[in-house]
Design a protein around this ligand. Structure first.
Ligand code: FAD
Length: 287
């Protein structure tokens, strides 16, 4: 199933789930437990991130193939340019296509840990639009891309970032998934600016039900531009070290955020699950 067709079908909003590629067997077991539980929400698709500066590329592809085959879910693999040549990307894309994968998320990727500036490898791509173009020219695959309602941290302005986003969509990205955000006004302002530039593809909100104050502080440090509402931080502080109360505070906030987004016409919700099921299941139960 091409993911763009799910959004185009115009039925119920599409709920989708993001998982990361686990590092070891224990992580793998936890992931598959989460997938079995989350199957109850009947996700339109699931996506599998490509970690550690592109080095999980083959494992990410194999995991997407396994999830799609064994669990009957449409699985999209994230593919990054970081540290990867065109030849390697081509091999992975062939492997996925030959094993039934129909969608990829075309990304530039982050630099390796400890490296501040992103640089391409020789024979690799510099930006996600180049990867999208490459995939479109050689493969009949659905292509998604990333976008940033509060601006990508390297872009000089939101307007410049949106101009670059247009290149990605013109190169073949059929839908966009946002970086996580907590302030819906930022999302709707971004949608308005993007539409004004003639970009018509679905812009899917990426939402993470926060698990704890520590989790929120980690998000704030990893994504410095993300607006953190005082109400969310306050309710997590109030929950103190009561894990379940913290989880519930994160869920209540995420559920209210998702309800408002869907009510105003968002095409679906993409949940950042952190390979866990409880927070997403509780959030969806409140929609
Ligand atoms: P690009 O679209 O290439 O943009 C990067 C920067 O370059 C932006 O500032 C943009 O304005 C600018 N730019 C874009 N195109 C051009 C151009 N043609 N010329 C000049 N400037 C340009 N990272 C991972 O490592 N693995 C993952 O699995 C992963 N999954 C993600 C999923 C989602 C939904 C999101 C939102 C992000 C994900 N990321 C992942 C993080 C992402 O890789 C980083 O944020 C990265 O820094 C940018 O990737 P991009 O694809 O948006 O890059």
């Amino acid at each position: 199933m091409r993911i763009a067709d799910l959004y185009a079908a115009g039925g119920d909003p599409v709920l989708s789930l993001e998982f990361f590629t686990p590092k070891n067997d224990a992580g793998r077991s936890a992931l598959f437990r989460a997938i079995e539980r989350l199957a109850a929400i009947e996700p339109g698709f699931v996506s599998i991130t490509c970690g550690a500066a592109g080095t999980t590329r083959e494992r990410t592809a194999d995991l997407a193939i396994e999830i799609q085959r064994e669990h009957g879910l449409t699985a999209m693999a994230h593919l990054v340019c970081t540290g990867t040549t065109q030849t390697e990307l081509d091999e992975t894309l062939r492997h996925m296509r030959d094993n039934g994968i129909e969608n990829i998320l075309a990304l530039r990727g982050d630099p390796p840990k400890g490296v501040s500036d992103w640089t391409p490898v020789e024979g690799g791509f510099r930006h996600a639009n180049e990867l999208a173009e490459f995939v479109r020219a050689r493969f009949s695959l659905g292509i998604g891309g990333a976008c940033y309602p509060e601006k990508h941290h390297e872009a000089p302005s939101l307007e410049a970032d949106i101009a670059n986003l247009k290149r990605k969509v013109d190169a073949g990205a059929e839908f966009l998934i946002t970086q996580l955000f907590f302030d819906n006004e930022k999302y709707w302002r971004f949608v308005d600016l993007v539409r004004a530039e003639g970009i018509e593809v679905p812009i899917v909100p990426g939402i993470m039900p926060v698990l704890s104050l520590t989790n929120l502080q980690r998000i704030a440090s990893l994504s410095p531009g993300t607006t953190i509402p005082e109400t969310l931080e306050g309710s997590l502080r109030e929950a103190g070290d009561d894990d379940d109360a913290s989880l519930q505070a994160g869920v209540d906030f995420a559920a209210a955020q998702c309800r408002a987004l869907l009510h105003k016409g968002a095409p679906g919700i993409h949940f950042y699950t952190l390979n866990r099921s409880k927070a997403t299941l509780r959030t969806v139960a409140q929609l």
